[in-house]
Design a protein around this ligand. Structure first.
Ligand code: PEP
Ligand code: MG
Length: 760
């Protein structure tokens, strides 16, 4: 049974689109269970109906036409109860509804199981049998298991596009398809999708249409990549022969060569190119069909050949990509970068001024790609479910970073609506510029320092232009990530000096290297089962004092004559880490002095990012000059919610009462020691949170440059007295949603509703 399950899932995953996947599902289930008919119904939210979208054994002409109100019929009952319904004789059930012409009259046994994804019933999977009987436990378990597995793959696309696709193919008017995700960076963008994809991965190759006049050149590209692949395989075969390996090993290379020389395979790929697909896409389409065929074979030997075929196709792909490697994808004027996993590095590849938006299937609000996008002011939607990324290439998309939605095939009316919203945005930004030189002071004259986070983006210019009081967090990882080795002391000194100089005399808080978690160094890979609970931040640099010492020395040297440097340590969990870091810092300081640099001892801080540091805030504060809360990680660790995982993003909220109480404890601990305390996570740039942060008593807030003027606007509309009152009100509330609603209302009442409407 497990084998059958696996095979069905594999075939479904290899399907080109949802209709094909559903056809496979109904066909395979019917075969595997020996039933007379199998159907899939999907929920059409807009119409409030369950719609027949695939069948094997019943009248296919009624696909898209059989529509039952939610709750109607046995199908409706399965959906309503969200559990399997197993009946001996469907037609004698009180809920049974007959649909003329469908052909289920002669069928008696009925088993329907819901397709559920993230608590939501997306549809129903049904099997029928002529014989009047209840399906047994094993059969029911099989269908339930299959449905749960399919929910992860099919149901995603069901949720977002399938119903529209079916409506469209059954004559209903064309409507835009809405893809839902999580807001990564606020704002709205309209542009053209450019798919970013990892190399040498057949599945990731985007569908790219080519013009008629490009076809010949594309065929030539394919032929030459095939020839290169043949040459390198022949070469490998020769190497193996000279190494004296047995003939069976060599035989594999002969098989590879035979496949590559196969006229029919090559002509199938060429035909796809002639149909307007670029060479990589054509290779992918054809080989995927072959791979699926091998995988569906019963003979285990032939099944194994699927992986050989994939290996071979990826070799050809490698040569295709090597040929095209130098040819950077063309980035249109308004590029919307789309990918399975868009990384901070891929954002950097888009020429300046062309990046309009970002859409990624992975990631969540506090992923570093989201933080970077916010710093760049690029509307971003992450964790988008149901996108077949490769198919989006070249499509017009609207990215709504406020509500975490992406629109495909937008209607003219919708486009105009978003254009108007974008104009409104620009006007709002202009109005905010008037606040540039005004202090971050409440109506009752309570001042809070407004600092910027920098490092991930070339945002120093913006930070200066909006009148930031300094840098509250400089993420030093970037110069480490963009090289193929650790940067030298001198390289680091030059980079740090530029930043200190740009902000002088304003303070700059530099954080020591914080890698691990979702920030990898390409030349220092760390493979761990739980990277966020593993070797991160200070844990790495204390284990490698040579890296930390070089970095601190570079920072100190960079500060000569400017004296605006402050240093802080990330991911501190224990007091001994603080002490060891301070010892190394002192060593670096003394060495720098001995080398003749006239450096001043900087102010030193510790980031509070894990629960243990919250409970020990006071003893940590005693040992340093300041604390800075990294609320992104602190929220992740207090709530045990991976900040990168879209599936649990609904649970991630920094306004959770437990997080608010932790923040209060940290501020109290620091202040008891007479030390200052700042917050530099994304929470500091959230208008809904900022009033509470004032009331809690943070001395400074550090945020993305793009958020600073908005936050200043909010602060200037409130009194500290009102903020404290609001804090008291929310402290008796039990959950984050209640607190968020309460704070949104308070902003609304203060005349800041505009910020709320769009979450801007
Ligand atoms: C944080 O965790 O809140 C923080 C500021 O650090 P980073 O986002 O770089 O992990
Ligand atoms: Mg952090």
């Amino acid at each position: 049974m497990l084998k059958t399950l696996r095979r069905i899932i594999q075939e479904v995953n290899a399907a080109q689109d949802l209709p094909e996947a559903l056809d496979i599902v109904v066909h395979e289930i019917n075969e595997a269970m020996g039933t007379e008919a199998c159907c899939v119904y999907l929920v059409d939210e807009e119409r409030g109906e369950n719609t027949l979208v695939a069948t094997e054994g019943l009248n296919k002409a009624l696909i898209g036409k059989v529509r039952l109100k939610l709750g109607e019929g046995l199908i409706g009952l399965v959906g309503e109860r969200a559990e399997p319904i197993n009946v001996e004789n469907a037609s004698s059930h009180p809920k049974y509804v007959r649909f003329p012409g469908l052909g289920e009259e002669s069928l008696n046994a009925f088993l329907g199981v819901p397709i559920i994804h993230q608590r939501q019933v997306l549809g129903v999977l049904v099997v029928f049998q002529r014989e009047s009987r209840c399906f047994d436990e094993a059969e029911e378990a099989f269908l339930v298991t299959l449905s749960a597995q399919l929910a992860g793959t099919i149901a995603h696309s069901v949720a977002v596009g399938a119903i529209q696709d079916f409506n469209r193919s059954h004559g209903a008017p064309l409507r835009e398809v809405i893809l839902s995700g999580i807001t990564g960076a606020p704002g709205v963008a309209i542009g053209t999708a450019v798919v970013v994809y990892p190399l040498a991965d057949l599945n990731a190759v985007p569908e790219r249409r080519i013009e008629i006049e490009e076809i010949d050149a594309e065929i030539e590209t394919l032929k030459s990549a095939l020839q290169n692949a043949r040459d390198s395989i022949a070469h490998l075969g020769d190497n193996i022969a000279s190494a004296g390996l047995p003939d069976e090993e060599r035989a594999l290379f002969d098989v590879y060569l035979r496949i590559l020389n196969s006229e029919s395979l090559v002509s199938e790929i060429i035909q796809e190119i002639r149909n307007g697909q670029w060479a990589q896409g054509a290779l992918k389409r054809v080989t995927e069909q072959h791979i699926a065929r091998f995988e569906s074979m019963d003979d285990p030997y032939l099944q194994e050949r699927a992986s050989d075929f994939k290996d071979l196709a990826e070799r050809v792909l490698f040569h295709l990509q090597a040929r095209e490697g130098g040819r950077a994808p063309s980035f249109p004027e308004k590029t919307i970068l789309v990918g399975e996993d868009v990384t901070p590095a891929s954002l950097a590849e888009v020429p300046e001024g062309r990046l309009a938006g970002v859409v990624s299937a992975r990631g969540s609000t506090n992923s570093h790609v989201a933080i970077l996008a916010r710093a760049l002011g690029v509307p971003t939607v992450l964790g988008v479910s149901g996108i077949k990324v490769p198919q989006l290439e070249g499509e017009e998309l609207i990215v709504d970073g406020y509500y975490g939605q992406v629109y495909r095939s937008p209607s003219l009316a919708l486009r105009n609506e978003f254009m108007a919203l974008m104009r409104e945005e620009q006007e709002f930004d202009k109005e905010l510029e008037a606040l540039r030189d005004l202090p971050g002071k409440t109506l009752d004259s309570y001042s809070v320092g407004l600092y910027v986070n920098t490092g991930l983006a070339p945002d120093v210019g913006t930070a200066l232009s909006i009148g930031a009081e300094g840098v509250g967090l400089y993420r030093t990882e970037v110069p480490f990530m963009t090289r193929d080795r650790f940067p030298s002391e001198e390289e680091q000194r030059v980079i740090y000096r530029q930043l200190l100089q740009a902000f002088s005399p304003r303070p700059v808080i530099m954080r020591t290297l914080d890698v691990g978690g979702d920030k990898d160094l390409p030349y220092f890979p760390v493979a761990e089962d739980n990277p966020f609970l593993g070797w991160r931040g200070i844990r790495v640099t204390l284990d490698h004092p040579e890296i930390l010492l070089v970095q601190i020395r570079a920072m100190l040297q960079a500060s000569v004559g400017l004296d605006n440097l402050q240093i802080m340590f990330p991911m501190v969990t224990t007091v001994s880490e603080v002490e060891e870091s301070l010892r190394l810092l002192k060593q670096a300081y003394e060495e720098t002095i001995m080398e003749g640099f006239a450096v001043k001892m900087p102010r030193i801080g510790v980031m509070v990012e894990v629960p243990s540091a919250v409970y020990q805030a006071q003893v940590i504060a005693k040992r340093v000059d300041f604390l800075s809360v990294g609320s992104n990680d602190l929220t992740q660790y207090i709530l045990a919610v991976d900040r990168n995982n879209a599936r649990v993003a609904g649970l991630y909220d920094s306004l959770h009462p437990a997080v608010l109480r932790a923040l209060m404890q940290v501020v109290a601990g620091a202040h008891r020691e007479g030390k200052t305390v700042s917050i530099c996570g994304e929470m500091a740039g959230d208008p809904v949170a900022v009033i509470l942060l004032l009331a809690i008593g943070f001395d400074t807030l550090s945020m993305n440059a793009t958020r600073l003027l908005r936050i200043k606007w909010v602060i200037r509309k409130f009194t500290l007295k009102r903020a404290k009152q609001l804090l008291e009100e929310v402290l008796v509330m039990d959950d984050a949603i209640e607190i968020r609603n309460h704070m949104e209302l308070a902003l609304e009442e203060a005349g800041l509703g505009g910020l709320m409407r769009a979450g801007r």
